[in-house]
Design a binder for this molecule. Structure first.
Ligand code: CMP
Length: 144
């Protein structure tokens, strides 16, 4: 099924200058980037984005991390792209992520795991709206 996912290249990805390598993996896989922007996450946006984690013990540290430097938000489109990108990222904790996955190859941290991606169609719809207006999303149908 044709889907869109919200992907965030987190502060550690920007600081470690891994943006290009990670975006290249999505391009090499044949996914379409239909919107992309660099921004600074505010504490308010962090609480909306991570609504399901706000009451968890690790949330203060997660918020401090996600607001600590710019991020890049991408809307990525493709067939079954929500599952596919999660598979490409690997396990949440870089220490457990399989070699060959993005986190498996570049992260050894649970918090600084480089990339976020929507985990369901419902999350994707909600998260895409936090970062992009409908008019920001560019159609690439001819490239599919
Ligand atoms: P992400 O996919 O962005 O979704 C929630 C984030 O919270 C996750 O990646 C990690 O960066 C972070 N996270 C999840 N579990 C923990 C934890 N137990 N301790 C610290 N950070 C966590």
């Amino acid at each position: 099924m044709l889907q869109r996912s919200l992907v965030l290249l987190k502060p550690d990805c920007i600081e470690r200058r891994l943006m290009g390598q990670i975006i290249s993996r999505f391009e090499a896989k044949g996914l379409n980037i239909v919107a992309m922007k660099m921004l600074r996450v505010t504490p308010d946006l962090a609480k909306q984005h991570y609504a399901e984690h706000v009451s968890k013990p690790f949330y203060p540290s997660l918020e401090a991390f996600i607001v600590s430097a710019p991020i890049v938000a991408l809307a990525v489109e493709g067939l079954d792209v929500i599952r596919l990108i999660r598979d490409m990222l690997g396990a949440t904790n870089g220490l457990n992520a399989a070699p060959g996955t993005i986190r498996g190859d570049f992260s050894s941290s649970r918090q600084m795991n480089l990339v976020h991606a929507s985990d369901s169609p419902e999350s994707a719809a909600r998260e895409l709206k936090l970062y992009f207006a409908e008019s920001d999303l560019c159609d690439h149908e001819l490239l599919l």
